[in-house]
Design a protein around this ligand. Structure first.
Ligand SMILES: O=C(CO)[C@@H](O)[C@H](O)COP(=O)(O)O
Ligand SMILES: [Fe+2]
Length: 218
């Protein structure tokens, strides 16, 4: 099933609850929540209090993308704040298996991700332990960046590995996705689509509809 996960990093924070209700009503399946610590990535976004607060605005799945060093330290807090799914960076964890197990301890879905410069081989040992693989198609840290085209081959590679290893994880893509490159990533094998600026810039309802109509074809 294809899933749209708008990144609220590009929403208007003065009316975050309303923005979330808008994309929820327009038909987005997930809400992508980007957490940045100023260490693993240069920027700082928001954390637990914001997630806890926006949990009241929607019942949709909170797809929490942790761009933080040693995320194992905060899994309990993100679980308590209302995360449904937590994705961690392979580069940010000194013990990836322990981090995955910690997320499982709270009965949350687990995602693993990697930076554009990290080869797929770095996540291969963990593929049988996760529900989702996130292919970063920009260097993490900021919304509104340009899509890195070599990510298409990485999507194909994790799809091929899924077949080869007889696994069933979802494939998410995040960074620079817009109406023009959406079909390319769907065709490559991505089924969970993150988009921030392409959804919240302009009319969010229309943008969600446009995305969903292309996604329905695949
Ligand atoms: O994780 C990140 C950035 O680090 C993303 O989730 C972005 O927030 C997506 O925004 P766009 O590239 O779609 O504007
Ligand atoms: Fe993200």
């Amino acid at each position: 099933m294809n899933i749209l996960s708008p990144s609220i990093l590009s929403a208007d924070f003065t009316k975050l609850g309303e923005e979330i209700e808008t994309i929820d009503n327009a038909g987005a399946e997930y809400i992508h929540v980007d957490v940045m610590d100023g260490m693993f990535v240069p920027s700082i976004s928001y954390g637990m209090p914001v997630i806890k607060s926006i949990r009241k605005s929607t019942g949709k799945v909170f797809d929490v993308h942790l761009m933080i060093s040693e995320p194992i330290r905060y899994i309990a807090d993100f679980a308590a704040s209302g995360a449904d799914m937590i994705t961690v960076h392979v580069e940010a964890c000194s013990d990836v298996v322990a981090t995955i197990e910690k997320i499982r301890e709270y009965k949350l879905k687990v995602g693993i991700t990697l930076n554009p410069d990290t080869p797929v081989s770095a996540i291969k040992p963990y593929l049988n332990r996760v529900d989702m693989v996130l292919i970063m198609s920009v260097n993490p840290g900021f919304g509104g960046q340009k899509f890195i085209t070599s990510s298409v081959d990485k999507i194909k590679e994790v799809k091929r590995l899924r077949d080869e290893l007889n696994l069933s994880y979802d494939i998410e893509v995040d960074g620079g996705i817009n109406i023009d490159n959406l079909a390319t990533v769907l065709e490559a094998g991505a089924n969970v689509i993150v988009a921030g600026s392409a959804i919240f810039r302009g009319d969010a309802v229309e943008n969600v509809k446009k995305f969903k109509s292309i996604m329905s074809v695949w």
